[in-house]
Design a protein around this ligand. Structure first.
Ligand SMILES: [Ca+2]
Ligand SMILES: [Ca+2]
Length: 168
């Protein structure tokens, strides 16, 4: 029996005696963590918020906004997290420190980039853009699905968290 099953069994047993316990615990279970079989890391989505708040939220959960190390990981994220309604999801790449110098917030180094044509453009109409997104199926700028764009600080999106440790 895996950890989740043990938890669910425990939760069910408790719920027989105290109906509110299952409600309060279900809220915590709304964060579905998905393991990438290629690296064993856990991934899950933040609520809708700015990139900086999403990164803070990720850190509280013991992770960072995702570092995409290669095309295989990028493709796995597309298949795992994009729905037909997804416009964009935050990823960990940013150029907050130095304009045009994009780095991953986890501190990992990687040679892999998947910017959409014309991105990153630091779009001045949006007051500059320093925060990476994975472009979804419903993105309004016709960016190919799975490519990346830079987006502004005030954008409110869900973000992909990657957690390297094997804790819960
Ligand atoms: Ca990664
Ligand atoms: Ca942009």
């Amino acid at each position: 029996m895996n950890k989740l099953n043990v938890k669910l069994t425990l939760l069910f047993s408790l719920s027989l005696f105290s109906p509110w316990i299952i409600r309060s615990n279900l809220k915590a279970e709304e964060i579905t963590k998905i393991v990438n079989p290629d690296n064993g890391n856990k991934y899950f989505l933040t609520p809708e918020m700015t990139w900086e708040n999403a990164q803070q939220w990720a850190e509280k959960k013991g992770g960072n906004l995702v570092t995409i190390n290669d095309e295989k990981e990028n493709q796995w994220l597309v298949e795992t997290f994009l729905t037909p309604e997804t416009k964009f999801l935050w990823i960990g790449i940013n150029d907050v420190e130095k304009e045009g110098d994009f780095v991953w917030i986890s501190g990992e180094k990687s040679d892999y980039f998947n910017w959409a044509k014309g991105e990153p453009n630091n779009n001045p109409e949006h007051g500059g853009e320093h925060f990476g997104t994975l472009n979804g199926i419903a993105n309004p700028f016709d960016r190919p699905v799975g490519t990346w764009s830079d987006a502004p600080a005030h954008a409110i999106l869900r973000g992909i968290v990657e957690k390297v440790t094997d804790e819960d």
